[in-house]
Ligand binder design. Structure first.
Ligand SMILES: [Zn+2]
Length: 163
């Protein structure tokens, strides 16, 4: 999947979560989650730039999602220590959620394509839903537009309240 498609999938995953966070009275958490998900949407594809690592290998696994989640949990704990006023466990958990969800959304985008992803790396098996080719312009832009629409709809619903 290309950048537009990945951003679209990330927005589609974020929309209901962002809505729930805003509805729960946590608009800042929604903003941070959405921002991180867009920022990290292409993170697993850093394997294009690291020599010796196969594309859609280790960085396209649940293990990597957990690792990034762990890094964010650590950052959350440090942040909580620095601020002193927030619950450390809660912020770590939120960090883990944001980090792993960001990578997970990328994996979801790639799982749609025939090449699939090595979800359970180092167990070498590719998983694919065979929905669309990674280079499909229609799929990439379709997902992007769907994502924008979903986030806009979630935003309107969150502000206006459910009918
Ligand atoms: Zn990828």
């Amino acid at each position: 999947m290309y950048r537009t498609g990945h951003l679209g999938v990330s927005m589609l995953v974020f929309a209901p979560i962002g809505y729930l966070l805003v509805a729960a009275g946590e608009p800042l958490a929604a903003l941070v989650t959405g921002g991180a998900m867009l920022w990290l949407a292409m993170l697993p594809d850093v394997d294009h730039r690291i020599p010796g690592i196969p594309h859609r290998g280790p960085t396209h696994s649940l293990l990597f999602a957990a690792l990034v989640g762990g890094a964010f949990a650590g950052a959350g704990a440090l942040l909580a220590d620095g601020m002193g006023t927030v619950d450390r466990a809660r912020l770590s958990l939120f960090g883990f959620f944001v980090g792993s969800l960001s990578v997970g959304s990328h994996l979801l985008g790639d799982v749609l394509t025939p090449a699939g992803v090595n979800l359970f790396w180092p167990w070498g098996r590719e998983f694919s839903l065979y929905v669309t080719r990674a280079d499909s312009t229609i799929a990439n832009w379709g997902l992007f537009l769907l994502g924008v629409f979903a986030v806009a709809a979630a935003g309107v619903l969150a502000v206006q309240g459910l009918p």
